[in-house]
Design a protein around this ligand. Structure first.
Ligand code: C2E
Ligand code: MG
Ligand code: MG
Length: 278
């Protein structure tokens, strides 16, 4: 009967939810250990200037080498880090490592190199998070603040708290650049762009994937690029996988591109080959 079927389903979901909660709490425990045992690594993905084909920017993307599970995706563990408050600590680690790497690469290869660093709104809401200590850290490295791009998500632009506004202001004053990541996926109200200045808009890969000469996505990309330029911002297209996508975006005046068509995110030693090629 339907009733029995319903009960069967009910019994099916409860253990699976328990299992999920259990898996999550195990991951959270492992995440604490990961910080202590340095199981994180930053990969770097080239951000290519479309007009010249040159690479002097990269996005730092965190990787977790889990002792038994292997590589765990940030899409899986960042939300857990956010829920548990560990994100502030992880975010500090990411910032310091990326800044140190940018400084080393500037000294060795290219003084124009800049690094893009992903951040979570949760870390900026945390009162123990200290923007000034980040700025002091870069200063000690001799790294110009302009060489750092902080990637934020749209959720931070919607009614930003005083604290967030203050932190963004500190970044701006120091010369740190700001990029709006995954543009077009959230509420996507252009009004948010008035809440604070950003230097770059990153068009989300869902608009780039499958871009063809007559698609709606092409119209949307062109419109975003035009508006961004009129507002004095530059545009990065994410997730470019094909030559056609690259050509259409280039033609539309997109400033930078990132994606498997150019290169996948890679360990730092591999990334150095990009400098040697240039
Ligand atoms: P995101 O910031 O939008 O980063 C771009 C993601 O797209 C990366 O996934 C990258 O590997 C992937 N990608 C790049 N080009 C292509 C392409 O051509 N095709 C496809 N299919 N994918 C492409 P990844 O490294 O797995 O990171 C996922 C998300 O995790 C990031 O999205 C970001 O939101 C978050 N994340 C990564 N590292 C950090 C970090 O250090 N801190 C924080 N808070 N979040 C991070
Ligand atoms: Mg990003
Ligand atoms: Mg993105």
């Amino acid at each position: 009967s339907a009733k029995r079927k319903g009960r069967g389903r009910y019994q099916y979901f409860i253990p699976s939810m328990q299992e999920q909660a259990m898996a999550r709490s195990i991951l959270e425990r492992d995440l604490r250990a990961a910080i202590e045992h340095e199981q994180f690594e930053l990969y770097y993905q080239p951000i290519v200037e479309l007009s010249s084909g040159k690479t002097f920017k990269a996005e730092a993307l965190i990787r977790w080498h889990h002792p038994s599970r292997g590589l765990v995706s940030p899409a899986e563990f960042i939300p857990i880090a956010e829920d548990s408050g560990l994100i502030t600590h992880i975010g500090d680690w990411v910032f310091r490592n990326a800044a140190r790497q940018a400084s080393a690469w500037q000294n060795k290869y290219d003084t124009n190199f800049s690094v893009s660093i992903n951040t979570s709104p949760f870390q900026f809401h945390d009162p123990t998070h200290d923007v000034l200590s980040w700025l002091q850290f870069t200063e000690k490295l001799g790294l110009s603040a302009r060489s750092i791009v902080i990637e934020i998500t749209e959720s931070m632009m919607i009614e930003p708290s005083d604290e967030i506004q203050q932190k963004m202001h500190l970044f701006r004053e120091a010369g740190v650049q700001i990029a709006l990541d995954d543009f077009g996926t959230g509420y996507s109200s252009l009004a948010y762009l008035k809440n604070f200045d950003v230097d770059f808009i990153k068009i989300d890969q869902s608009f780039v994937r499958g871009l063809t000469p007559h698609s709606d996505d092409k119209v949307l990309c062109e419109a975003i690029i035009m508006i961004a330029h009129k507002l004095g911002m530059q545009v990065v297209a994410e997730g470019i996988e094909t030559e056609e996508e690259y050509k259409l975006l280039s033609k539309a005046g997109c400033d930078y591109g990132q994606g498997f068509y150019f290169d996948k995110p890679m360990p730092r030693h591999q990334f150095e080959k990009i400098f040697n090629k240039a």
